[in-house]
Design a protein. Structure first.
Length: 568
C-alpha cells in the first residue's frame, strides 16, 4: 500500500532549522506567511443557538411551548427563529416535518450533555469538598445509567489540572473522585475576600492602636485614627480580593475556552466554596467614621476591576456556549469550635461577616444560562442540575454578522407569560472555528479536551543535538480516507490546517504555530491508505515538554489531536 508524505511549513517558526520536503504528490507552500484562499467558497449560514430553561412560579419546567410562543432579540432587535427543538428528560424533538428543508431529527452530539467538573482546591475545605464529591458520586450512580452524559474532571488551584478527559465510564469517574478525596486543599492560602476585609484587619488593627500607661486605647475624639485604620485594611483586603480574582479568572476562562470548538450541551459544574468576585460598596462603611475621597476612589477602582474580570468570564463562557452550574460546597457551614484558625475562617467568624457574599456566584451562573446551587441541600442541588440540563428549549436564528468577534446581547421572552422565569446565556460572540481552536490550544486543559474526529498519531524522531539545542523531527500520521476531498478532472484535493502547541513542564504555553498542508491526488489514484504529514523539526532547549499537534480538515472542520511528551 502506498504512503503519501506531505511536508508542512509553519506560519510561526518553531525552530530556525529547515528540512527539505520529501518527494510526494503534495509540496510545501513557498510562502507560509500568507493564508491561502479557501478551497471552495462557502455559503456560511451561521446559526446562533440559545438554550432556554423555562420554569413557572413553583420552579417546575414549563412544557408544551412552541416556536411561536418565543421571541428572541439580539442587541434589542427581534430575530426570526429558524431552528426550534424541545428537550424533555434529555429526549430531543423538533417541530419540523420530514418534508422540511432541514433534518427532522437533530444530530445526537448537538444535545448530548457534556460536563466538566471543576473541583476548586483553593477556596474549599477538604471536609466540605469531600462531602460534595461524595454526593456527586451518589448522583452519578443514580442518574448516569442511561449514558446520556459525558463527564470530565479537573482540579483547580493556581491553574487547572485535568484528571479525566470526557468519558461515560462510571467506574473511571469513581476512581478519579476517590483520588481527589485523598488529597488536601489549599484553602489556607486564600485570604478573606468579598467584603473588603483583609485577614490582617482582625490581627494588626487590634494591636496597632496607641495605648496609654494603663493600657487603655487612646481614641481620637473624632474617630479619625480608627476610621483611617479600617480604611487602610479594607483597601488591603480589596487588593487581595482582586489578586485572587485575577488568578481565578485565568483558570475559569481556560476551562470555558476548552469547550470552544466542541458540540453538545456544554456545562461546567464548579464545586467551590467561594468565588472572589464580590464587591464592596462604600455605603457599607456608613457609621464607621469619615472616609477620605482617596479611599472611596480606591474602592471604586477595585470594584470596577472585579466587574471587568467577572464580565470577561461571562463573555468567554457565552462565546463557547458553556453554562456554569456552581455548587457551594461550604453551604451554610460554620467552622466548628476548636478548628485551626486559618486566614479564611478568621474572616468568616469576624463580626458582621458570618457568611460569604454569594451574589457574584449567582450572577456568573445566571448570565451563562446555568444556576447557583446551594450546598446546604446538596442532594437537591444535584437533582436540580440534572433537571435543568435535561429540560429546555433550543432556539436558533441566523446571525447577520458571523465571525465579527463582537459581543452581542441576547434577550428571550415568552409571549403573554411575564411570570415565567427564563434562564439563558446573556449574549454570544461569533468566532471562527480556527480562532476557537487556537484559543483552546493555548492552555493544557483546552488541548487535552479537544475532541478527535480525525484519528491521528504522532511520530517523534530521535533528537539531534546542536550545542544546547535539540532538533526533534516530528510527523503526524493518519488515514487519507478520514478526510474529505474535492474531486474533478484534475484529481482530488483537500487542505489541512496544522497547529503545533508546546507547553513546558509547568504547563506554560511557549508557542502555538499554525500552517497549511495542501494534498493533491492524481485522477488515477485513490484517496485511501496511510498518509504522513512532516512538520518542520522542533528546536528545544533542555527540559520536558508536552507537544500537541492538531489538524483540521478545511472542508468539514473535523479535527484530529495528538499529544506527546518530549524529554531533551
Amino acid at each position: 500500500m502506498r504512503k503519501i508524505v506531505v511536508a508542512v511549513a509553519l506560519l510561526f517558526a518553531v525552530s530556525s532549522q529547515s528540512q527539505q520536503p520529501q518527494k510526494s504528490v503534495a509540496t510545501a507552500r513557498p510562502n507560509p506567511i500568507a493564508a491561502p484562499p479557501p478551497l471552495v467558497e462557502k455559503i456560511d449560514v451561521s446559526v446562533v443557538n440559545v438554550d432556554v430553561s423555562v420554569t413557572d412560579r413553583r420552579g417546575q419546567p414549563v412544557a408544551g411551548l412552541t416556536r411561536d410562543d418565543f421571541e428572541v432579540l439580539e442587541d434589542g432587535k427581534p430575530q426570526p427563529i429558524t431552528n426550534f427543538y424541545l428537550v424533555e428528560n434529555a429526549q430531543v424533538r423538533s417541530d419540523k416535518t420530514p418534508n422540511a428543508n432541514a433534518e427532522a431529527t437533530p444530530p445526537e452530539q448537538r444535545f448530548r450533555r457534556k460536563v466538566l467538573v471543576l473541583v476548586d482546591n483553593l477556596n474549599t475545605t477538604k471536609r466540605s469538598r469531600n462531602e460534595a464529591l461524595a454526593k456527586l458520586e451518589q448522583f452519578i450512580d443514580e442518574h448516569f445509567d442511561d449514558g446520556r452524559y459525558d463527564w470530565s474532571i479537573a482540579t483547580v488551584d493556581s491553574r487547572v489540572h485535568l484528571l479525566l478527559p470526557m468519558t461515560s465510564d462510571k467506574r473511571v469517574l469513581h476512581a478519579v473522585v476517590e483520588g481527589i478525596q485523598r488529597r488536601g486543599t489549599n484553602r489556607e492560602l486564600r485570604a478573606s475576600v468579598g467584603r473588603g476585609d483583609s485577614a490582617q484587619t482582625h490581627v494588626i488593627s487590634d494591636v496597632s492602636r496607641p495605648t496609654d500607661e494603663a493600657g487603655e486605647t487612646i481614641h481620637n475624639p473624632n474617630g479619625n485614627l480608627i476610621a483611617q485604620d479600617k480604611n487602610c485594611y479594607a483597601e488591603m483586603g480589596l487588593t487581595e480580593t482582586t489578586m485572587f480574582a485575577a488568578s481565578s479568572t485565568d483558570v475559569i476562562v481556560d476551562a470555558a475556552r476548552a469547550f470552544g470548538s466542541s458540540e453538545g450541551r456544554k456545562m461546567i459544574l464548579l464545586v467551590t466554596g467561594y468565588m472572589p468576585f464580590g464587591q464592596i460598596s462604600p455605603l457599607s462603611r456608613v457609621g464607621e467614621g469619615p472616609m477620605t475621597g482617596n479611599h472611596m476612589e480606591d474602592i471604586n477602582r477595585k470594584d470596577n476591576q472585579l466587574i471587568a474580570l467577572r464580565d470577561h468570564i461571562i463573555h468567554e463562557a457565552n462565546a463557547s456556549n458553556t453554562s456554569f452550574y456552581i455548587i457551594n460546597a461550604e453551604g451554610l457551614d460554620v467552622p466548628p469550635m476548636g478548628e485551626n484558625v486559618t486566614v479564611s475562617n478568621m474572616a468568616r467568624s469576624s463580626p458582621g461577616s458570618a457568611a460569604d457574599d454569594t451574589s457574584a456566584m449567582y450572577w456568573l451562573a445566571g448570565e451563562t444560562g446555568g444556576a447557583y446551587l446551594p450546598g446546604s441541600r446538596m442532594e437537591k442541588s444535584f437533582e436540580e442540575f440534572d433537571r435543568r440540563s435535561a429540560n429546555f428549549y433550543s432556539l436558533g436564528f441566523a446571525s447577520k454578522h458571523p465571525d465579527d468577534m463582537r459581543y452581542h446581547r441576547l434577550a428571550v421572552r415568552v409571549k403573554g407569560h411575564s411570570d415565567f422565569k427564563l434562564q439563558y446565556r446573556d449574549g454570544y460572540s461569533s468566532a471562527e472555528t480556527d480562532i476557537q481552536l487556537v484559543r483552546a490550544l493555548r492552555s493544557p486543559l483546552g488541548a487535552a479536551m479537544q475532541e478527535t474526529t480525525v484519528p491521528m498519531s504522532l511520530i517523534v524522531g530521535d533528537p539531534q543535538y546542536r550545542g544546547l539545542t535539540a532538533i526533534v523531527p516530528l510527523q503526524a500520521a493518519m488515514a487519507m480516507e478520514s478526510l474529505q476531498y474535492i474531486t474533478d478532472a484534475r484529481g482530488s484535493r483537500t487542505r489541512l490546517h496544522v497547529y503545533v502547541s508546546i507547553f513546558d513542564s509547568s504547563g506554560r504555553n511557549i508557542t502555538v504555530a499554525k500552517s497549511f498542508a495542501d494534498i493533491a491526488v492524481r485522477p488515477n489514484e485513490a484517496t485511501t491508505g496511510p498518509m504522513t504529514i512532516t512538520i518542520p523539526p522542533l528546536a528545544l532547549g533542555k527540559g520536558t515538554y508536552d507537544v500537541v499537534v492538531a489538524v483540521r480538515d478545511e472542508l468539514t472542520d473535523h479535527v484530529g489531536v495528538a499529544t506527546h511528551k518530549i524529554q531533551v
